[in-house]
Design a protein around this ligand. Structure first.
Ligand code: SF4
Length: 302
């Protein structure tokens, strides 16, 4: 049987108080993963792919959208404007600097098609939307639980009452239900919501061709794909009285979970507690550093 033994390295020092959401992400998966990657800065060697990777495509699409997609407008952006912005982005962006002319043309056509598909979807999806304005690329510097977070939000939609909806563009597959695990998994948007206390919804905007649309949770009925949190049942399946969630409760749960992860980071926790056991380790590239197979897993992440 695995034994529960607390294992700690040194507590953090002053210069380690400025962190990114990647620290929370790593600690939500496994304390050893968090400690090895963000305290000891052990990074597995990364393959150097030739050309662009999926993240580059996502960055380029988002950059184009930030210039051409005016979310409060019901009109489709002009096709020529999109094409022009795509060309400018491909010419300017660092990740495209070694592409041949032919590759730039193929990439430009792909970006143009993806952006057109998204804006067509977006205009329809937002027909009954009540936001007053929207901002792309919102930078926030915020102290949370004694840590300094600097975050960059892809898009924030503001409602007339001052509340907001946080949107993160994704070109790959997304999984909103991971946010409801304890601790929340892939907690980037959860941390964004804690940085913006007036948040009333968080959602991925998926540009994946098979899953085009929003996927997230909100305090109430919202855009298609943003599920009201009040539809989530909190009570155990075998109890007769169902208890439904609500937004303040969910925000409080997230606050508690993220505060706990921050505390573990702060005190130097390095337990091997992969949240989904060997499935988590399978995607972790730190196995040789943590010597996972030589010592038992100790306790679940919390
Ligand atoms: S291999 Fe598993 S136990 Fe080791 S750091 Fe990664 S997730 Fe944690």
């Amino acid at each position: 049987m695995p034994t529960s033994v607390a294992v700690f390295g040194d507590a953090i020092s002053g210069h380690e108080q400025r962190i990114s959401t990647a620290v929370i992400d790593a600690y939500s998966q496994c304390f050893a993963q968090g400690f090895l990657s963000h305290r000891l800065h052990i990074r597995p060697p990364q393959p150097k792919p030739y050309g662009l990777v999926a993240a580059d495509i996502g960055t380029l699409i988002h950059e184009v959208l930030s210039h051409v997609d005016h979310v409060t407008s019901d009109d489709l952006p002009d096709h020529a404007v999109i094409r022009d912005q795509v060309q400018k982005t491909v010419l300017r962006h660092r990740c495209c600097r070694y592409l041949t002319d032919g590759q730039r043309i193929t990439l430009g056509a792909h970006l143009e098609r993806s952006v057109l598909e998204w804006v067509s979807y977006r205009v329809t999806a937002h027909q009954d939307d009540t936001i007053s304005h929207c901002q792309h690329e919102v930078c926030i510097d915020k102290t949370l639980f004694g840590m300094q977070f600097t975050v960059r939000l892809d898009r924030v939609d503001y409602f007339p009452d001052g509340s907001c909806r946080i949107i993160d563009y994704k070109t790959g597959l997304t999984n909103r239900s991971a946010w409801l695990q304890d601790p929340p998994q892939s907690p980037q948007l959860v941390v964004y919501a804690l940085c913006q206390p007036k948040t009333r919804a968080i959602a991925f905007a998926s540009l994946h061709p098979d899953h085009l649309g929003y996927s997230g949770y909100g305090s109430q009925s919202d855009l298609t794909g943003i599920k009201p949190i009040t539809e989530i049942i909190l009570s155990q399946p075998d109890t007769s009285d169902k208890v439904y969630n609500n937004w303040p409760t969910q925000m409080a749960l997230w606050e508690k979970s993220v505060a706990r992860l921050v505390a573990h980071y702060r005190e130097g926790a390095l337990h091997k507690n992969p949240v989904n056991g060997s499935a988590t380790c399978q995607y972790c590239q730190l196995q040789s550093a943590c010597r996972y197979y030589e010592q038992p897993v100790l306790e679940p992440a919390s």
